[in-house]
Design a binder for this molecule. Structure first.
Ligand SMILES: *Cc1c(COP(=O)(O)O)cnc(C)c1O
Ligand code: SF4
Length: 328
């Protein structure tokens, strides 16, 4: 069988800071700190995502999300390696079951892009991921708890697994009588939209479970025509589409940007869902937008947008039964 197009694109991703800095014609002084920070969490950027950055602009909002900076190597009080308490609720087979009715599966540790602000940048993936052993342990956990109605494939990025393994999983899930929905949390349709191919659509929609896709885009510039076409392919097969974003300093901390993101999402058929306050993970302190600024931004977009284009501003608090809404 030939290698799918998306896997060839994956293999041509940029992983060397020098290539990123050269390609965009950026100041070579960025290189040394980038190398150092990339040792803590490697650089990874697909070409399709790079293509949407403005050459020569060190403040480009897409570049900011992937360029390793020297400041990542500094300690900041209050920023830890497991800010959302995943370690405490992780079950065998890579299942995280924190919320009623929904269980999240750490399907894999791999991602197509390494986002510098990622709260899982220190997560022990090698020890905990569900795909080892043909999903047996994860499926057993889900089967044993009839209160679970929805399975969320997460990671890492679940769509970095190949379609053979994912269809094995979908088949196993569809055979569990109490499950009703299959939800995917993925950034791949945004950063490498050719991932949304026929093989993916087949396992995602080829059973009675209702398919839901929650993509992750933070800035309207991330949503080019190639992404719009990928969303159309999903919508044509009945997949319900939502977006979650993270509020990030220097990326989307302006009302114009947030409003533009919601508008662009709606144009391409995606419902804004969550706007997350940054999880306070080591190495990401420079991305933090304080809660008072966040609520000001929310009030500004509330005054500009129809209610259905407003994401919910939330924070993840360990031990809470759901994402915690921030009063605006
Ligand atoms: C965020 C999250 C979910 C999904 O929450 P929703 O509010 O349904 O989107 C489920 N499980 C875990 C562990 C989560 O972190
Ligand atoms: S794609 Fe998601 S899981 Fe992967 S690095 Fe980015 S934010 Fe983290």
């Amino acid at each position: 069988m030939s290698t799918p197009q998306w896997q060839r694109e994956w293999q041509s991703s940029i992983t060397d800071p020098a290539t990123l800095i050269d390609t965009l014609g950026l100041d070579p002084a960025l290189l040394e700190p980038a190398h150092q920070a990339a040792r803590l969490f490697t650089l990874r950027v697909p070409q399709a995502y790079l293509a949407r950055m403005r050459p020569g602009d060190p403040h480009d909002p897409l570049l900011r999300q992937v360029l390793p900076l020297g400041t990542e190597t500094e300690d900041t009080p209050g920023f830890t390696d497991d800010p959302v308490g995943d370690g405490a609720s992780l079950h065998a087979g890579g299942v995280i079951h924190k919320y009623h009715g929904r269980a999240l599966l750490i399907a894999t540790g791999a991602c197509a892009i390494n986002c510098r602000y990622c709260f899982r940048r220190h997560f022990p993936y090698a020890e905990a991921n569900a795909s080892t052993g043909q999903w047996r342990e994860a499926l057993a956990y889900l089967r044993a708890d009839p209160s679970i109605e929805e399975v969320i494939l997460s990671g890492g990025d679940p769509l970095s697994l190949n379609d053979r393994r994912l269809s094995q999983l979908a088949e196993g899930l569809a055979a569990i009588p109490h499950l009703r929905r299959l939800r995917i949390h993925s950034r791949l349709p945004v950063v490498l939209p050719n991932r949304v191919d026929e093989a993916l659509l087949d396992w995602l929609t080829g059973h009675h479970l209702q398919p839901v896709m929650v993509i992750h885009a933070n800035h309207p510039n991330e949503l080019g025509e190639d992404v719009a076409e990928a969303m159309q392919r999903l919508a044509d097969r009945g997949v319900r589409l939502f977006n979650q974003a993270v509020l990030l300093r220097g990326v989307n901390d302006h009302a114009d940007t947030l409003a533009g993101l919601s508008e662009r999402l709606f144009t391409i058929g995606v419902q804004p869902y969550y706007l997350h306050l940054l999880d306070r993970v080591e190495g990401a302190a420079h991305f933090e937008v304080y809660e008072t600024e966040a609520t000001t931004l929310m009030r500004q977009i509330t005054a500009r947008l129809p209610g259905y284009l407003l994401p919910r501003l939330v924070r993840e608090v360990p031990g809470e039964p759901a994402k915690v809404p921030i009063p605006v």
